[in-house]
Design a protein around this ligand. Structure first.
Ligand code: HXC
Length: 257
């Protein structure tokens, strides 16, 4: 499938989406988001795909929503056009998505990365919610997801001052899972995604669902949800195979990959 603003390829069970608007530092115009959503929907349906990586360039994951596209919007354009809702497809995807972030992840770029399941950062990554400098505030989850990732104090600091956070600070405060040299980032992200894709897909999907549930509910409700899912796994062939393989001291051959 040929897209205008993204590149897609599959590597051994992994779908790789590369944001590709270099002249605008991968600013996230509506057409780009529509293409990302379409590619993700395709990977979600494709039974050969077990995990997805979204990345940008070494200079920019994405420098935000497209300011030139938004600059002349009226309230009615924003409200009736509802241009942010298509972004939700990223967070709603049922398969694991890794954001591989090098360079700038600002505004909507940071929000897009946080919609993914975890973030691997290149050592040159810079995260920020600079919307305040443009006379607006985060609109695609920044004030909500960033606060859950890094806590209130740092989220307030980022959203109210618009300052950027480097990769080390982002790792320290839990925004990213780990840092790798920027030059190795995509390879490392794909390798990580391949590791996930090698496990049982339904078990991976349920695990994602359970971790995500912890954001939405109380500890007790979350624990009950986890317990039900855990019990249900004993109805899968892959649970039998995974545990039998351990006992037999061999590598499991999961059926539902
Ligand atoms: C449109 C953008 C852009 C953006 C960069 N460009 N960011 N175009 N929207 N978000 C364009 C520039 O206009 C320029 O195009 C080209 O990319 C290169 O950018 P420079 O500024 O020349 O690069 P540099 O000096 O290296 O500075 C990099 C930068 C800066 C620090 C990342 O570009 C910057 O501050 N960008 C804006 C970051 C931002 O405010 N993001 C939040 C957006 S609001 P030309 O044609 O001039 O060469 C947002 C709200 C989301 O995301 C709400 C939900 C949808």
């Amino acid at each position: 499938m040929a897209y205008e603003h993204i590149l897609t390829e599959t590597r051994n069970g992994v779908g790789l989406i590369t944001l590709n608007r270099p002249k605008a530092l991968n600013a996230l115009c509506s057409d780009l988001i529509a293409e990302v959503s379409e590619a993700l929907d395709g990977y979600e349906k494709d039974e050969k795909i077990g995990a997805v990586v979204i990345t940008g360039s070494e200079k920019a994951f994405a420098a935000g929503a497209d300011i030139k596209e938004m600059s002349s919007m009226s309230y009615m354009d924003a409200y009736l056009g509802d241009f942010i809702t298509p972004w939700d497809r990223v967070a709603q995807n049922r398969k694991p998505i890794i954001a591989a972030v090098a360079g700038y992840a600002l505004g909507g770029g940071c929000e897009l990365a946080m919609m993914c399941d975890f973030i691997l950062a290149g050592d040159n990554a810079k995260f920020g919610q600079p919307e305040i400098t443009l006379g607006v505030m985060p609109g695609a989850g920044g004030s909500q997801r960033l606060t859950r990732f890094v806590g209130k104090s740092k989220a307030m600091d980022m959203c109210l001052t618009g300052r950027m956070m480097d990769a080390e600070e982002a790792e320290r405060c839990g925004l990213v899972s780990r840092i790798v040299p920027a030059g190795d980032l995509v390879e490392e992200a794909v390798k990580t995604a391949q590791k996930i894709a090698d496990f049982s897909l339904p078990i991976v999907m349920m695990t994602k669902e359970s971790v995500n549930r912890s954001y939405e509910t109380t500890l007790n409700e979350g624990l009950k949800f986890e317990r039900r899912l855990f019990h249900s796994m004993f109805a899968t062939e892959d649970q039998s195979e995974g545990m039998a393989a351990f006992v037999d001291k061999r590598k499991p051959q999961f059926k539902n990959k």
